[in-house]
Design a protein around this ligand. Structure first.
Ligand code: ITT
Length: 206
């Protein structure tokens, strides 16, 4: 049985998210377990209407099943010209498009978004991350991070995951997939949300 003070569960099966969060939390002496450690929880239905609701749904279900402090995030890309889409549907955005042979879920999502946005000049967008922590005693915390950028017209770089290769940072002249993990963490929506959560860590981990 994992030690309840030194282990937390990150309620995600997205390896990219686990990689981004495990490192900063290790500095607090905290080991991050992913959902793989709890196979009975593989199908939590994210049926909330907002990032906040979905993060809480995942964190509550995982806390109840594991008895550990659970952190979940719900995140996505909001494109202004599309009224905030794909938003909470970011992970599944391309699932109504046929896959090319060997194409990943992330690659299909980007291919659809670049096609839908092909004739659009307004390319402002932002990554949003809501992170929820649910303690074994039922206390709940929710924080949010925003990362503004512009949508590229073709993918650049091969770090990161998801929409990183088409998310451009004008101030750096690079896409998010051209940043190292540390460079991304220090700026990203998830990094901001995580820092807001860590600022409350002594209260959370009581
Ligand atoms: P879990 O629900 O298991 O955590 P998921 O990938 O389904 O994994 P979300 O529901 O939060 O996660 O969907 C987020 C999607 O938004 C993700 O799959 C990416 O397509 C995109 N996204 C979120 N954060 C991102 C980031 O830092 N870089 C690139 N794309 C990101």
């Amino acid at each position: 049985m994992p030690d309840t003070r030194q282990h937390i569960v990150l309620a995600t099966s997205n390896e990219g998210k686990i990689r981004e969060l495990a490192e900063p939390l290790a500095a607090f002496g905290v080991t991050v377990l992913g959902l793989k450690a709890f196979p009975q929880l593989s199908n939590i239905e994210e049926n909330g209407a907002t990032f906040e609701e979905n993060a809480l749904i995942k964190a509550r279900a995982t806390a109840a099943a594991s008895g550990l402090l659970c952190v979940a995030d719900d995140s996505g890309l909001e494109v202004d010209a599309l009224g905030g889409a794909p938003g909470i549907r970011s992970a599944r955005y391309g699932c109504d498009w046929p896959s090319l042979p060997g194409e990943s879920r992330d690659a299909r999502n980007m291919r659809k978004l670049l096609h839908v946005m092909a004739a659009e000049e307004n390319r402002t967008c932002r990554f949003v991350c809501c992170m929820a922590a649910v303690c074994p005693d039922g206390r709940e915390f929710v924080v949010r991070g925003l990362w503004p950028g512009r949508l590229l017209r073709e993918p650049r770089g091969c770090n990161g995951f998801g929409y990183d290769p088409i998310f451009f940072l004008p101030s750096l002249g690079k896409s998010a997939a051209e940043l190292t993990r540390a460079e991304k963490n220090s700026r990203s929506h998830r990094g901001q949300a995580l820092r807001a959560l860590l600022a409350q860590w002594p209260t959370l981990a009581q």
